[in-house]
Design a protein around this ligand. Structure first.
Ligand code: GRF
Length: 229
């Protein structure tokens, strides 16, 4: 496999809490691989932002864990290479993880963005791409991890929720936090209206934070992420 264009010191996920373990200095422009499972509105926001050379990042490939989704269609319309690794096409989850890892790594990404990607990556993936993979979650971590963040926030009765961008680790929405944005919950919200309001904030957060990571690099020190090196 080709060497990745990524200047990292240490390992991620961390083994010793509190010790500086990773510094990332992307190439210019930074190479992004985006993984999707659905409509791809977050992907579209990144594609739109990356049209400006000043943004500092370019989407070099889009991958998915399923066919026939809006996210892949958006990538195709933008002329960006796509790939699909379906879990059911592999004997084991480990094989799927290894195949996904190899394909993503073949694009030599400085940063991988899970943008509504509905699978957990595994140990193979993290051993190669850990520390340079971020995920966006439609809740304010550490509250409401998992697949139903907006629904659980609504059912709990919180007045404020939001979205979180984090460095992917082996847990569920548990990685070190890169960025968060708050979103108010309205009295008459449904899961759908709340999730739509969150997604507007999520796209803005994603574009802003990914652009800064691309242009300035990032440092992970224990659970604390700092943009700029
Ligand atoms: C986002 O809210 C993401 O956080 C969640 O699913 C949604 C994906 O939206 N996991 P899209 O596919 O980017 O439109």
């Amino acid at each position: 496999m080709t060497a990745l264009r990524f200047d990292a010191v240490g390992a991620y996920p961390p083994t010793t809490p509190g010790v500086t373990r990773l510094r990332a200095v992307p190439a210019a422009p930074a190479r992004l691989v985006v993984l999707v499972s659905g409509a791809g509105t977050n992907l579209q926001a990144l594609l739109d932002a990356a049209r400006d050379p000043e943004y500092g990042a370019t989407v070099v490939a889009v991958g998915a864990d399923r066919d026939d989704i809006g996210g892949l269609a958006r990538a195709a319309r933008a002329g960006i290479p796509t790939f699909v690794h379906r879990l059911k096409d592999h004997e084991t989850r480990e094989e799927w993880d290894a195949a996904l890892t190899a394909t993503v790594a073949s694009y030599q990404p400085d940063l991988v963005v899970l943008a509504g990607f509905m699978k957990l990556v595994g140990p193979s993936y993290l051993s190669v791409l850990g520390g340079r993979t971020v995920n966006t979650h439609p809740a304010l971590s550490p509250s409401f991890p998992g697949m139903h963040g907006p629904q659980e926030a609504l059912e709990y009765g919180v007045k404020v929720t939001g979205c979180t961008l984090f460095i992917v680790d082996e847990g569920v929405d548990s990685g070190a936090i890169v960025a968060q944005t708050t979103v108010p919950v309205d009295d008459d919200d449904t899961v759908e209206t709340l999730h739509e309001r969150i997604k507007v904030a999520e796209r803005a957060m994603l574009v802003e934070a990914v652009g800064r990571m691309a242009r300035e690099g990032w440092t992970v020190d224990g659970r604390r992420v700092r943009l700029g090196c």
